[in-house]
Design a protein around this ligand. Structure first.
Ligand code: ADP
Ligand code: MG
Length: 471
C-alpha cells in the first residue's frame, strides 16, 4: 500500500470518531511523509496544527494507522509548509468526505445564504495573492490567511485595525473569497457596519427582526468592516453584541476591522471590548518605501503600462500615509498617460501629489461627503469657456439637441469635469441640464476612446484646459 492510500484509510478509520468538519479542518493538506520500519512521519501544513494534533489526535491516529498496517509502532509530526492543495502528496479530502448539502456558487457577487438571504460580497479586485506584503502588514496578511484556512479555530475574532486606506477592506474581502474557495459550503457574510445598522433599522421598522437575526446568527464567518461607526449607536451595539456572542459560542469566525484599537472604540460594553481583545489583534501600518514601490509596480503591471522608475520613486517617497492615496496618484498618472498622451514628468507628478495630499487632509478634517467649495463654480465656468471656445450658446449645450455641433462640446465638458475637476458623475449630470449619470459615463468613455485617434479633439481639449487653468 502506498503512503497516500495508507493515510486515506487511516483518516477514514478516524472519521468514525471525529466529525466531518474536524476531519476536513485538521487533516486537510496533511500527508505521510515517510514510513520507515514502523515509524511514520506525518506532515502538517502549518505550525498551528502541531499542538492540536499532538494533544487531540496523536493516540487515535496511531491506532487508526495500526488498524490498517499493524507493523506501525510510532508516529512523529513534522510541519511542512509546502503541503498545499496542489501538492501530489496531499489527498483531496473533500472528494472522500463530501458534504451532504452541496451549495452551488453563483458566479456573481450576490450570494444566496441559507436558500433565503442574499448578501453582497467580495469584489474580484481583492485577493490575498494581490496584497503586497511588507513588514508593516505581514502579520495581518498571515493572520488573514490562517483565518481563511481555519475559520473559527485560532484567531477569533480577528481584529484588524489601522488608518484609512491601508488595506483592511482588501483583507476582509479576500478572507471571504479565500474561505469560500476552501470550502464552498461555508456561509460567509461581509458587511459594513453601516449596512448592518441600516438592516437592523429596517428589521425593526418592518417587524422582520427574526429574518435579520437568522441571517446574522447563522453564518460560519461574519466580517464586519469599519466597526468604529458603531459608536453612539446603542441599538446597533446591543444587537451586534448578541450576534457576536451567539457566533462566538458556536465557534464561528468573526473578522472585524476598525480605524482604531478596541479600547479606543466608544462602546457601551466593556465585555465586548475585552472579547475583541481576547482574539487576534493586528495593526496595519503604512508599507515602507520598498513595499510601496512593489505596490506601484504591481499596479503598472495590472494596467500594462511602463512608467519610469524615477516617477514611481517620487510617488512612493511622497505617499506615506495611505495605500489608497498611493494607488490613486498612480491611477491619475496612468489615466493622463493613456487618455491624453501626456507622459508623466517630475513636475506634473509633483502637482498631482500636492493635490492628492490636500484631498487627504480635507478628508481627515471634514466629513467626506462635503464637497470642497468652489468646484460647482468651476463646472459653470467650464461650461462658459467651452461655450465661448466653440461659439455655441450655453442653452444649447445644456439642452437636449443631438446635433453634433452641441453634442461634442457637451461631451468635452463632461470629460473635463470628471478628469480635471474630479466631480462625481451625478454632480456633472446635475450641472449639465439634469442628465442621468449613465449618460455622463457614456459620454466620458466616448471622449476617452476618440482622443486616441482624433488629433483635433485632443488639441481642443488641451486648449480649453489651458484656458480654464486646469491644464
Ligand atoms: P481600508 O479599508 O483600510 O481603508 P482598503 O482595503 O480600501 O483600505 O485599501 C485601499 C486601496 O489600497 C485598495 O485599492 C487596496 O486594494 C489597496 N491596498 C491596500 N493595501 C494594499 C497592499 N498591501 N497591497 C496591494 N494593494 C493594497
Ligand atoms: Mg475600508
Amino acid at each position: 500500500m502506498n503512503q497516500k492510500d495508507l493515510w486515506l484509510s487511516a483518516i477514514k478509520e478516524l472519521s468514525s470518531d471525529i466529525n466531518r468538519t474536524n476531519v476536513i479542518t485538521w487533516f486537510k493538506n496533511t500527508a505521510i511523509l515517510e514510513n520507515n520500519s514502523g515509524e511514520v512521519v506525518i506532515g502538517l501544513p502549518l505550525p498551528v496544527f502541531l499542538d492540536w494534533h499532538k494533544k487531540k489526535y496523536a493516540e487515535s491516529t496511531l491506532s487508526a494507522l495500526q488498524k490498517v498496517s499493524p507493523e506501525i509502532k510510532k508516529i512523529t509530526y513534522l510541519v511542512d509548509l509546502t503541503l498545499v492543495e496542489s501538492d501530489p502528496r496531499v489527498i483531496d479530502l473533500l472528494k472522500y468526505f463530501p458534504s451532504k448539502t452541496k451549495r452551488k456558487l453563483p458566479n456573481k457577487s450576490e450570494l444566496k445564504i441559507n436558500g433565503k438571504f442574499r448578501s453582497k460580497i467580495f469584489s474580484s479586485r481583492y485577493s490575498l495573492d494581490n496584497f503586497i506584503v511588507s513588514p508593516q502588514n505581514r502579520l495581518a496578511h498571515a493572520a488573514s490567511l490562517t483565518v481563511a484556512k481555519f475559520p473559527g479555530q485560532n484567531y477569533n475574532p480577528l481584529f484588524l485595525f489601522g488608518n484609512v486606506g491601508l488595506g483592511k477592506t482588501h483583507l476582509l474581502q479576500s478572507i471571504g473569497k479565500e474561505a469560500l474557495r476552501n470550502d464552498p459550503d461555508k456561509v460567509i457574510v461581509y458587511t459594513t457596519t453601516e449596512s448592518f445598522a441600516n438592516e437592523l433599522i429596517d428589521g425593526i421598522q418592518e417587524r422582520k427582526m427574526n429574518r435579520f437575526r437568522n441571517k446574522y446568527r447563522n453564518v460560519d464567518i461574519l466580517m464586519i468592516d469599519d466597526i468604529q461607526f458603531i459608536a453612539n449607536k446603542d441599538k446597533t451595539q446591543e444587537e451586534f453584541f448578541h450576534t457576536f456572542n451567539t457566533l462566538y459560542e458556536a465557534g464561528k469566525q468573526m473578522v472585524i476591522s476598525s480605524d482604531r484599537p478596541p479600547a479606543e472604540l466608544k462602546l457601551f460594553s466593556e465585555r465586548l471590548i475585552s472579547r475583541f481583545e481576547s482574539g487576534m489583534l493586528v495593526e496595519l501600518k503604512m508599507p515602507d518605501f520598498e513595499g510601496r514601490m512593489q505596490i506601484l509596480e504591481g499596479r503598472c503591471q495590472e494596467a500594462q503600462v511602463i512608467i519610469n522608475r524615477k516617477i514611481l520613486e517620487l510617488i512612493a517617497y511622497n505617499s506615506d500615509q495611505s495605500v489608497r492615496q498611493l494607488i490613486g496618484v498612480l491611477n491619475q498618472v496612468i489615466a493622463r498617460y493613456e487618455l491624453e498622451n501626456l507622459a508623466p514628468t517630475i513636475q506634473s507628478v509633483t502637482q498631482l501629489l500636492q493635490r492628492s495630499k490636500e484631498q487627504v487632509k480635507e478628508v481627515g478634517f471634514k466629513s467626506i461627503s462635503k464637497k470642497p467649495e468652489g468646484k460647482s463654480v468651476t463646472l459653470d465656468c467650464l461650461i462658459d469657456k467651452v461655450s465661448d471656445y466653440f461659439t455655441v450658446p450655453k442653452d444649447e449645450i445644456l439642452g437636449n439637441s443631438r446635433t453634433r455641433e452641441y453634442v461634442v462640446p457637451r461631451q468635452i465638458i463632461m470629460y473635463l469635469a470628471k478628469s480635471k475637476l474630479q466631480l462625481s458623475l451625478n454632480r456633472i449630470g446635475e450641472g449639465l441640464g439634469k442628465r442621468n449619470h449613465t449618460t455622463v459615463m457614456h459620454a466620458i468613455t466616448k471622449v476617452k476612446n476618440q482622443i486616441k485617434s482624433n488629433h483635433q479633439l485632443l488639441c481642443d481639449i488641451n486648449a480649453i484646459s489651458k484656458e480654464v487653468g486646469i491644464a
